[in-house]
Write a protein that binds this ligand. Sequence first.
Ligand code: R1P
Ligand code: URA
Length: 300
Amino acid sequence: PRKTDIRDANFPMDAEGRTYHLGTKRGEVANRILSVGSEKRALVLAEYLQPPAPGRGLFMLESSRGFLTITGRYLGTPVSIVVTHMGLANADFVVRENRAVVDGEMAFIRLGTCGALRPPARLGSFIVADPGAILIRRDPDAFSPEGEACGLPPYRFSRPIPSDPLLSQALQQEAARRLGAENVCSGLNATADSFYSSQGRRTDWFDDRNEALLGELLQAYPQAITLEMETAMLLDLARCSRGSIRAAAGVIALADRQSNDFLAADRIEELERLTGQACLAALARTQLQDSWGPHNGSGP
Ligand code: R1P
Ligand code: URA
């Protein structure tokens, strides 16, 4: 067998201990992780990192599946930026495979973009998922003859899943310092399993039965103000991590779901830079039980 061959069908890793999808191993990832949706966002924010050790470059590894991990330091503290791409399954890979190669307590912050449902979220604002997020799932059974016969609802809302209150507060404060308090708020996030159907977008090609979805969402959860695709998965896994993961998320509102306006690309990058530094600062300033890691010599 070659060292890149995968063993253990239960939790696949290669002979070096590299995970199957993210491709990283112990020592390459910090306990503090900034999860971002795109490679461009990760590379822009990597400009603010210092090398993990003097005289070295940033650690960078892109897996065959396109997950890029960048490890360096922010305010002297080791931090990894991990490209999560989009959707629930990718968020699951990022949390579980990073958890598998890091010892000690971890903190995850997601920096994403979202649709704004209602004030105080508005185009260009930054919204922290505090108190947390709910999950909206499309139920395929509702579209089957049997499901139609018994009137199954096409979409299901989970109960709220909490975010870490202290990490969320730290993120909101760091963001307010950089963006101005008037551009930062907090509220319940709604994470959907599609950008389209379960976010109430309508297209002619599919029978999605979602005309009433956003109204039903706001009736069930009047406090929901943002719509995106990963936060609830991160918060659910943190809740189920046996106390080993603290998680928070903040999103830039780039789509206004009432007016249908969309933010200009240069403004998005400007906000990514400011809010990304806020996320890195909140991670770096958070105390964790993390005596092992790249920061004490066992790293890249
Ligand atoms: C959809 O366009 C993507 O944008 C949002 C959604 O959650 C989804 O991943 O977040 P990111 O900008 O982090 O990808
Ligand atoms: N990301 C989403 O998931 N939805 C939006 O409307 C905008 C960004």
